[in-house]
Write a protein that binds this ligand. Structure first.
Ligand code: FAD
Length: 274
């Protein structure tokens, strides 16, 4: 693929998950992505896992971006973490507000404030990616408000964005047009979630506000007890989505791998074969 390509891993929580992540990393490295990224648990459970995985991948010679959010931590702690990343020559971070842990009333620091903090402490050392929402962030009262706060992140110093996943290419294209009309000119790479598991995709989508179009949902319903057909259908739908996005001018693809190599690899092979 000539366009930007990146793969996201979930932070490992124990040595078994770390081992799995590194083997998935090796299988995806053959696609020569621009970078890998590793999620960060704003709730606290996977923070060390993020740092360890990032440093491991960096040592293996790939560009890698830790996700980062304040998530209740002190400024000193975040600054120390940034310094560790700088020392290890990590050049990219994904700056987020983070998800509020369920059942908690924690006040979350907006991503734009984190970006300002990173720029104040580390200047232009890091390339900063941020999250973008073609279907509008679930907390946002309106599209306009969401775009306004997205622009705040760009003005604070974000270099590029990765979107929440979606299955409706038109939502992405409309969002890109809206951003352009608000003078937002950073690359906005679509986030791609392969469909491989019925319960998983329903649960994730409900949590993050991604819409599964009715025709896809109905078909997934009918394949609920037939995992092979579900995977084949998911592969076809998501390959077509990626193909439309790239043909329509998307700058590349960012895969939510959920620490599995095959679903993303199959889509990429399909795309190259087209
Ligand atoms: P923000 O950009 O801060 O926005 C959050 C909400 O607040 C939006 O509705 C926005 O419109 C609004 N808003 C922003 N600024 C203001 C303001 N000044 N006043 C009022 N409202 C405002 N979560 C994790 O916990 N760990 C991860 O590793 C992680 N990785 C992700 C990677 C990607 C590519 C994406 C798309 C999401 C990821 N998430 C992750 C989920 C993300 O943390 C959630 O979607 C979270 O709810 C919002 O984060 P944000 O950075 O977009 O927040």
């Amino acid at each position: 693929m000539n366009q930007h390509l990146s793969f996201e891993f979930s932070a490992p929580r124990n040595p078994v998950e770390t081992k799995k992540l590194l083997s998935v990393y090796k299988r995806l490295k053959v696609f020569s992505p621009e970078f890998f990224s590793v999620t960060y648990g704003a709730g606290g459970s996977t923070k060390d896992g993020t740092k360890d995985a990032v440093l491991n991948i960096q040592k293996l010679g790939s560009s890698v971006a830790p996700h980062l959010s304040f998530g209740g931590d002190t400024s000193e702690k975040i600054e120390a973490l940034l310094q560790d990343y700088q020392k290890a020559d990590i050049r990219r971070v994904v700056a987020l507000r983070g998800d509020i842990p369920s059942g908690q009333m924690t006040k979350m620091t907006f991503a734009s404030e984190l970006i300002t903090f990173i720029r104040n402490k580390t200047g232009s050392h890091f390339h900063i990616d941020v999250a973008a929402y073609p279907e509008t962030h679930p907390d946002s009262p309106s599209v306009e408000s969401d775009i306004k706060f997205f622009k705040n992140k760009v003005d604070a110093g974000a270099n590029s964005a990765i979107t929440q996943y979606f299955y409706n290419a038109d939502a992405y294209f409309r969002y890109i047009d809206k951003c352009a009309s608000h003078n937002i000119d950073i690359p906005i790479t679509p986030g791609i979630m392969p469909i491989t598991n019925y319960n998983g995709i329903i649960r994730f989508s409900k949590n993050c506000g991604a819409e599964i179009p009715r025709w896809i949902l109905k078909q997934l319903d009918s394949y609920k007890d037939n995992p092979d057909s579900l995977k084949a259908f998911g592969l076809e739908v998501v390959t077509e989505l990626c193909s439309r996005l790239l043909e329509g001018g998307a700058p590349g693809l960012h895969f939510y791998t959920l620490n599995q190599s095959l679903p993303s690899a199959r889509i990429l092979r399909n795309l190259n074969a087209q």
